[in-house]
Design a protein around this ligand. Structure first.
Ligand code: GLN
Ligand code: ZN
Length: 758
């Protein structure tokens, strides 16, 4: 059995490409130096895959920023405003990715969006009416040649035309129907060029096929590929899908003249059933995505071999063993982890270990005596129990959760009345989302504390001084509900992970999130519980510094789960409930200590929303929303629960958000033209709301008038009794000066608005 990899990480084992790019952005290195690092990374990835014995290795999976942007540039989909800057090719590319501000002009970056159900973000290509779609780029061909010269015959990989057309933004009057035939012609040129070069396989990535598809989508897909495949010559075409199953198009797909079809058997819940029910053509190769490209746990060989057996029983003749998606979504290698003992590490497979797994499974599947081999037995042993991963008390607590635990009483309307009396806040109360600028001194102190240069006592004194100053600042500015500033945390998930048992932390498990930004998700190793109070000391101290209400600040269970590597031996629902109980304990502790406004952030609630709308509730929201409610349901009616969400893209799940049953929700609205307000009105949203009145992602200081105008628009859609005034997210990445200036204007705008009611 042969093996294939859809794509490999590219940011560098030690984030070399990230650092080289950032240096280049700052003007501290030359284009040549950047290109040399890029080449080194490409060579490295080819080398490890080749040495591991992978048969079909991708090229063009490398990117300086993002593969979707690369595909846009390949086909000359470069908006005029970037061309007009007159920059070099690479600088034009970076201008599209990051915006450009300099002597040649001032343009914003293209939009960036979440890549399907991952935490990776792609650049949204933009086609204008006069865009001349044309195969003008060389990157794909150059990288194929470069690999050949290193002795590796690769399959060039790129986004296929259907997904490309679907994800592109059409900024003019001409739409997808106009551009589809034009783009199709260019893909035909591409495949002919590959044929002339003697390329053996090409991989078209079409993840959009795992979403809900209607008849028009299917017709578009079929018409594109009928034409492209008619020109393929001797090139074999692999149609690669991932992140789900292709239930709406399977039967059309297998009729087309593809040589290989790549299907995801990890996240594709129906993939096996599609194959067993409908069969798989004997003249095509199935690229079976059986090694998880998104999670870091070792593959269970017994399970995988049994799945392979079922595929063979279903009549699949030719199978290439593959990853379920690109390995871009996992870190490089467990070999870089020096602090975790092998007892733990042996359970993990990052990208390089997954290569070994592919080879192991392929040879086991060819071996009649597989179960007798050491490779098989050692793998089996990993799944026969893990040390310290189970906690019976936690399990019992989860199984004892009653239906009533998911409901807070009294109902919202009554609580709202009680809370209006308790807090006696003015109309349009002002607040912030939690964090204040994480200035150099804060980062330094944390580092010194970690290194042992500061004692715990000294560190605590430092943080408390910061909190005291922060409270004083907010009082001066005149905010109504204060925060402690979140100086004690580096990251809203890592901080809680570190204080919960059941979590593991890595040193080098970086995964690209977008461009040069990487994240290092913690690993949920076992049953999760709270060891001791986490935030109480800080919140109580903050409260003691003021007579005004001070919010306690927590991260919600769904966000903690979504930004971690989850377990595979229990469901994510079960893990989330465990985390929910732990955070519930913290909520009750805060309340007991006199904190009567508590914010539970669910910034990443949307992250694991299924790609198919039909699965939204049954697969996800039906347990994710109750998990949030479980956290908050134990508090007294007069305790006010706030929540915060980052992306405004929840217009379509407004009823679910209302069902979280928080008392107040703040969210990002300033960048989305307030569309969400209509949706709130239409859905009769009951929760009080603070749609962000300015964008904290930019250092710009909004004027009082600007904020006042934004509030006036909000008042048209929301009752005055429900409207809060706040920035759109935490302020930790901002500077102190602009933060103060912006908040002064914010308070002034709210006061101006109050005059209208006087
Ligand atoms: N409370 C967090 C903060 O203010 C929320 C961060 C977020 O939404 N990403 O930083
Ligand atoms: Zn936010």
């Amino acid at each position: 059995m042969k093996t294939a990899v859809i794509g490999f990480p590219r940011i560098g084992k030690n984030r070399e490409l990230k650092f080289a790019s950032e240096k280049y952005f700052k003007g501290e290195s030359s284009k040549e130096e950047l290109f040399a690092e890029a080449k080194a990374q490409r060579s490295y990835s080819l080398k490890v895959q080749k040495e591991a014995g992978i048969d079909l290795i991708s090229s063009n999976d490398f990117s300086f920023y993002d593969g979707m942007l690369d595909t846009a540039v390949l086909f000359n989909v470069i908006p005029k405003r970037y061309k007009d800057l007159g920059l070099s090719d690479i600088d034009t590319y970076f201008a599209m990715a990051r915006g450009y501000q300099g002597d040649k002009g001032n343009v914003k970056a293209l939009a960036m969006k979440k890549w399907f159900n991952t935490n990776y973000h792609y650049i949204v290509p933009e086609i204008e009416d006069d865009t001349v779609v044309s195969l003008t780029g060389n990157k794909l061909f150059d990288e194929y040649d470069e690999a050949s010269s290193l002795g590796v015959e690769t399959k060039p990989a790129l986004c296929g035309p259907f997904t490309f057309l679907k994800l592109t933004k059409y900024s003019g009057a001409k739409n997808i129907d106009f551009f589809a035939p034009l783009l199709c012609e260019e893909y035909i040129k591409l495949i002919k060029k590959l044929d002339d070069k003697g390329v053996k396989w090409v991989q078209f990535d079409e993840p959009s096929l795992v979403k809900d598809l209607n008849a028009d989508n299917i017709a578009l897909f079929v018409s594109l590929y009928e034409k492209i495949l008619a020109s393929k010559g001797n090139v074999k075409v692999l149609l690669q899908t991932y992140f789900g199953d292709v239930r709406d198009i399977y039967n059309d797909l297998v009729k087309l003249d593809f040589d290989g079809i790549g299907l995801d058997l990890i996240e594709g819940r129906k993939t096996l059933e599609l194959i067993t029910k409908n069969g798989f053509p004997t003249n095509k190769t199935l690229f079976a995505g059986l090694v998880n490209g998104k999670n870091i746990w070792r593959n269970d060989y017994e399970k995988t071999l049994s799945l392979l057996g079922r595929l063979k029983d279903a009549g699949v003749k030719d199978i290439v063993l593959s990853t379920s998606c690109s390995l871009l979504h996992v870190p490089y290698t467990t070999k870089s982890e020096t602090k975790l003992s092998n007892e733990y590490l042996k359970h993990f497979a990052y990208a390089e270990e997954k290569l070994i797994e592919l080879k192991d499974i392929a040879s086991l599947s060819d071996d009649e005596n597989a179960v007798a081999s050491d490779v098989y037995k050692n793998n089996r042993a990993l799944f026969e129990g893990r040390k310290d991963s189970t906690d019976e008390d936690v399990k019992k607590r989860v199984s004892n959760i009653k239906d009533s635990d998911y409901t807070r009483l009294p109902v919202f309307a009554e609580r709202e009345k009680i809370q209006k009396n308790t807090f006696n806040l003015p109309f349009f109360p002002t607040t912030t989302i939690g964090s204040f600028p994480q200035t150099l001194d804060v980062k330094q102190a944390r580092k010194q504390f970690r290194n042992g240069q500061l004692s715990e006592e000294e560190y605590k004194t430092f943080v408390k001084n910061k909190i005291r100053e922060c409270i004083k600042l907010q009082e001066e500015i005149g905010l109504d509900v204060l925060v402690h500033g979140e100086y004690e945390r580096n990251d809203m998930v890592e901080y809680f992970g570190e204080n919960l048992s059941g979590y593991l932390f890595t040193e080098k498990a970086w995964v690209q999130s977008y461009g040069t930004r990487c994240v290092k998700p913690p690993i949920i190793w076992g049953d999760v519980s709270r060891k001791k109070a986490i935030t109480v000391e800080w919140s109580v101290f903050a409260k003691s510094c003021s007579d005004k209400p001070v919010k306690g600040m927590l991260t919600g269970p769904v966000t903690i789960l979504n930004w971690s590597f989850p377990r595979e031996d229990i469901s994510i629902k079960e893990s989330t409930l465990q985390i929910a109980l732990a955070i519930r304990d913290e909520v009750l502790d805060l309340e007991k200590n006199g904190i009567n406004i508590i914010q539970i952030d669910e910034a990443a609630l949307r992250e694991k929303l299924p790609l198919r709308k039909s699965d939204w509730y049954s697969e996800y929201l039906d347990w994710a929303i109750p998990a949030f409610r479980l956290v908050a349901s134990g508090v007294k009616p007069e305790t006010q629960i706030h929540t915060h969400m980052c992306y405004s893209e929840f217009t379509d799940i407004i009823p679910a958000i209302d069902a979280m049953d928080a008392d107040v929700i703040t969210f990002e609205a300033s960048r989305s033209d307030y569309q969400i307000l209509d949706s709130l009105k239409k859905n009769n949203f009951k929760t009080e709301v603070g749609p962000g009145v300015y964008d904290i992602h930019s250092p710009r200081v909004p004027s009082t008038d600007e904020i006042y105008d934004a509030l006036c628009i909000m008042r048209e859609k929301l009752n005055d009794e429900k409207l809060w005034v706040n920035p759109d997210c935490g302020l930790k990445t901002r500077g102190e000066t602009e933060t103060k200036a912006s908040l002064i204007n914010l308070v002034e705008a709210a006061k101006k608005l109050r005059e209208l009611r006087a």
